[in-house]
Design a protein around this ligand. Structure first.
Ligand code: UDP
Length: 248
């Protein structure tokens, strides 16, 4: 699929891929001996990008932007574009780990101390062929970057999954991917390790299908209200305004 066929929302390109097509693209990136930055934008990340030029700019340069939220699908429809389905970070990580051979080592960076090793154990229990060569909690602070880079380079992974939350994880990848010569795919995965480790529960399938995962998160994690407000209220308003500005 060419870059030309990408969907654009608030000036951010998104790849109109199914989960299967995303998996094929990721597996082909892993065969190429150069780095690919993969992002999993959702509605609140696009709101953040509209206010954060560095984040907006990097989302224009990634190899793949997987549409993570139901709001993006709806916004694409309203703007006469088409995104076939949600391709979430956690679903993509699970599918990728099920398909990866042991010659593509994996490193898990981020989440609270102790979470990534549990997530790694859960992934390896399900996928005995999977080779996870390291985990590190770390932090997105610039003073911690060198220690993280040293850890990753010592493990020499092909696939680097980073859970620092957005936009920190994608800014970190943009700043440091070139310092990680073994890495072929670096992907920001948000709360994926928390879900894999059982620290957080995903919304029931029905709520996910109805595009109401945000409601589940609001009930379980009310401190996230501002992010949910951005996703559910600010994002649609920005999409409508952006569309009016373009047609006037
Ligand atoms: N995180 C981290 N360091 C930070 C900030 C966040 O490791 O400085 C981790 C956090 O523990 C969580 C992940 O980043 O595992 C993403 O968190 P968030 O709640 O933003 O997930 P999302 O909503 O993107 O799924």
């Amino acid at each position: 699929m060419s870059a030309l066929s990408r969907v654009t929302l608030l000036g951010v390109p998104l790849d109109p891929v199914t989960r299967e097509e995303a998996l094929i693209r990721l597996l082909s990136f892993l065969e190429e001996p150069f780095p690919h930055h993969v992002a999993t934008p959702n509605s609140e990340m696009l709101v953040e990008a509209s206010r954060n030029p560095a984040f907006h700019s990097l989302l224009g340069k990634t190899a793949l932007n997987l549409p993570d939220s139901a709001g993006l699908l709806l916004a694409a429809r309203v703007t006469h574009q088409h995104l076939p389905q949600r391709v979430t970070g956690i679903d993509t990580v699970q599918a990728l780990c099920a398909s990866l051979a042991s010659d593509h080592p994996v490193f898990l960076l981020g989440a609270r101390p102790g979470v990534a090793p549990i997530a790694a154990a859960a992934l390896m229990a399900k996928n005995p062929q999977l080779r996870i060569v390291g985990t590190f909690s770390g932090s997105p602070r610039s003073e911690d970057a060198q220690a993280i880079i040293d850890h990753i380079n010592a493990a020499a992974p092909h696939l680097l999954l980073i859970a620092f939350g957005a936009p920190a994880q994608d800014l970190w990848i943009a700043d440091h991917l070139n310092d990680l010569p073994s890495v072929r795919v670096a992907m920001g995965v948000g709360g994926t390790f928390d879900f894999l480790a059982g620290e957080r529960k995903r919304a029931p399938a029905l709520l996910q299908k109805l595009g109401l995962e945000w409601l589940w998160r609001l009930v379980l994690e009310p401190r996230r209200w501002k992010r949910i407000w951005n996703a559910v209220v600010v994002f649609p308003l920005l999409v409508v305004r952006h569309r009016q500005n373009r047609s006037s």
